[in-house]
Design a protein around this ligand. Structure first.
Ligand code: HEM
Length: 454
């Protein structure tokens, strides 16, 4: 009997997904919308509810935005004047800590990105935001910045609280741009998360099979791999559905700038300074990314995708993707809630890799390869979307109302900017080069297929 089929080699089944804050029905999302913060923290909640009305992007110099700038000034001054609140009243309740992270991280990005660009010397985040955000993040084991958890996992409410949770009965809570495009963008992500819950069950059931060496077990694994392929294909369709309702131009110019983190312009950019936080240059301050979805990581771990090219697999890496993903996926885990990160470590610890099982069991090779191929196709599709929403849009310019007195000057500046950006790499979360990264993750996925590796 090969070691992979040994009955003793099971994951520690005493640890169920619920121990890692994974819900049976909603997966990595909480079972219910998060509660509002207690009255002691009402100023945080109030500032968030006023933010979208008061604030515009600091890079926006259209007439409407210029007329609103004084409101933004007042909103930011108010935050600077706050006392630094301690978070002791929150620390025993995880849902309140999550809500506090969501509120403070949104306030942080509103604060930083509404500063008029001509004033943008070093960005100082006031103590009243920085200190509690860092403390709450420490308690949750998550980065002290806007993350995928804030924009997706914790960013929804029920339309009718008396009815059950379903996609139709959910809506997005907070959007920076006030556009339906942004709402739709986040709702696509939480639809992916909910569709993925079945995959988490498949993974859990696989790890609980008492003995993989039986015909019954092998048949179940084959069926479940087929189901997994169907789930990954559905996730691709959901990602694809972003296209008609989230306009690429709106996404690139009105939504995405709010998400940028401290290092969005590349590793040499001046980072944000968190006042009152010692050694703040050591904090993880890239913005949110789909790369922080623990669901997507769980699929990768289960199927044994090797992003760091530790294993010798074929086809051999091209010159361009020799460096693998440059540690991106590993880094993105630091932006997940700590318990979800622990779950991924726990999964990776299993001594019964499904890839090894399929390698040693001819009837499982095709179903395994089909699941990997579906994930590779998902990444192909995702790359096309990124190309449409980011790479192509980086060559466009923000529209300026016709007849605006400064439009001629802006046109000139934009022309210069786009000439420069033709030469510069398009950057994503953490200032990484987007195209190179996505090709590396797509090719690493393809390399897991057994058909070329037996
Ligand atoms: C308009 C839609 C989307 C755009 C423009 C977009 C953009 C990007 C970009 C630029 C990256 C590169 C890394 C980074 O900068 O963060 C990325 C990575 C990633 N995105 Fe998306 N994304 C979109 C939708 C989604 C959706 C719906 C998911 C599903 C959860 C997703 C999952 C991922 C994952 C897992 C990565 C890490 C790289 C990889 O696994 O290949 N994205 N995305």
């Amino acid at each position: 009997m090969s070691s992979i089929t040994s009955p003793r080699k099971t994951i520690d089944i005493t640890r169920s997904p619920s121990e890692f804050d994974i819900d049976d029905e909603t997966g990595f999302m909480p079972h219910q919308p998060l509660p509002k913060l207690p009255s002691k923290y009402a100023i945080w909640e109030l500032a968030l509810s006023n933010a979208s009305e008061a604030l515009v992007l600091g890079t926006d110099d259209g007439d409407d935005a210029m007329n609103k700038r004084h409101k933004g000034e007042a909103w930011r001054s108010n935050i600077k004047s706050w006392l630094v609140l301690d978070v002791v009243d929150l620390q025993s309740d995880k849902l309140l800590l999550q809500r506090a992270h969501h509120v403070l991280a949104y306030l942080l990005h509103y604060f930083v990105h509404s500063i008029p660009s001509e004033d943008a010397s070093a960005v100082h985040v006031p103590e009243s935001l920085a200190v509690p955000l860092v403390e709450v993040s420490r308690l949750l084991g998550i980065a002290p910045v806007l993350t995928y958890a804030d924009t997706v996992l914790w960013n929804w409410e029920l339309i009718n609280p008396a009815q059950q949770l379903s996609i139709e009965n959910m809506r997005v809570l907070d959007v920076f741009s006030g556009t339906d495009d942004e709402r739709f963008f986040h709702s696509v992500n939480y639809t992916v998360e909910l569709r993925g819950v079945e995959a988490l069950h498949i993974i859990d059931e696989y790890n609980r099979l008492p003995n993989l060496a039986t015909y019954i077990a092998t048949s179940k694994v084959a069926r479940d791999l087929d189901r997994l392929t169907g789930i990954i294909e559905d996730i691709s369709d959901i990602i694809q559905s972003v296209q008609p309702l989230c306009d690429p131009h709106v996404f690139y110019w009105e939504i995405r700038p709010w998400f940028c983190g401290s290092d969005a312009s590349g590793p040499d950019a001046t980072g944000w300074i968190y006042d009152g936080v010692p050694d703040c240059h050591l904090l993880d301050l890239s913005g949110p990314s789909g790369g922080q979805s623990a669901l997507m990581h769980a699929l990768d771990v289960f199927l044994n995708i090797d992003f760091s090219l530790r294993e010798k697999r074929l086809p051999a890496p091209s010159e361009q993707n020799k460096g693998g993903d440059g540690g991106f996926m590993k880094r993105m885990r630091r932006y997940m809630p700590g318990q979800h990160r622990d779950y991924l470590l726990h999964l990776a610890d299993t001594p019964r890799s499904v890839r090894e099982l399929a390698r040693n069991t001819p009837s499982l090779r095709e179903p395994y390869d089909a699941a990997v191929m579906a994930l590779k196709k998902l990444r192909d599709l995702h790359m096309r979307i990124v190309c449409r929403y980011i790479v192509n849009m980086s060559r466009t310019k923000r529209e300026i109302p016709a007849g605006c007195p400064v439009s001629a000057m802006m046109d000139r500046m934009d022309r210069q900017k786009s000439q420069n950006s033709d030469q510069a790499a398009v950057r994503g979360t953490g200032g990484n080069e987007v195209s190179r990264l996505l090709k590396a993750t797509r090719d690493a996925t393809r390399r897991a297929m057994l058909k070329d590796n037996i």
